[in-house]
Design a protein around this ligand. Sequence first.
Ligand SMILES: [Zn+2]
Length: 323
Amino acid sequence: MGYPAVRLRRLRRTPWLRETLRETRIVPQRLFLPIFLDPALSREEPIAAMPGQFRYPLEQADAIVRRAEKARLGGLLLFGRPERKREDGAGAWDPRGVIPRFLRRHSGTTSLTLIADVCLCAYTRSGQCGLGKGGRVDNDTTLSALSRTAVAYASAGADWVAPSAMADGQVSALRAGLDGAGFKDTAILSYGLKSASALYEPFREAEDSAPEVGDRKGYQMDYANAREGLRELALDVEEGADALMVKPGLTQLDLLWRARERFSHPLAAYHVSGEYAQVKAAAEKGWVTEERLVPEILTAFFRAGADIVFTYHALEAVEKGWL
Ligand SMILES: [Zn+2]
């Protein structure tokens, strides 16, 4: 049966009815805010390409923690920088580093889930996500550095660790390291499907983590490859990942949907820095209305199957009642 007996507009007649029948709803607890910690700063510093986002010294990040708690966000995703970059990236696992210090300061006293990103690109002089020379990354020596980093974060109180270096075998290396050190309850969120993307550029300013030579295409995925992306995720599942991520988000909604169909694991999408920057830039020019656009974008992630979304809009969207 069709029109005129069937009229879908009957179900859209009033705002109340539309709200009642809405299929996808955003709960603040499913949003995670990524934050940048910088031990070299004495006060917070704005990130030019990400309006509204800052690099925080340890103490000044307290206010963000309080705001995220009040907004009832799910948690924070932590990115740090070392005092000094080194060839071997040792700042990443230094227990006096800004991430372990942040974790010791807040873990156990906050309701937020604290997730520590595990990668070396902000810590190596090469700006690569792993160890090696001349733009080349050696997979297997990188694994032990990543595992050591994850153990340092877990022992400082990280609830989850999130390996993002796209090293083959990184999930099993982290699991072995964590279990060996007695952190059996620390979960691993794998950035399993992470494509090399032009949308990461603002983040590299935030983290000062651009590669010195070359790019990351030798380990991050080609965004043109869907089947390979699903293989990446399947391998991480086999290696014991507790949750999976698709990054970037908007340009890979199809992959998020396919991952939802294929895997039962909690699934995360990362609405990345370049996607955030696009919204902010267009809003600044008055070309789009941010408070209408942001909920539409975030809804798309959840409709496509995400359980949680990492987004720089998280705090503002909740605090300003956009959702
Ligand atoms: Zn990296």
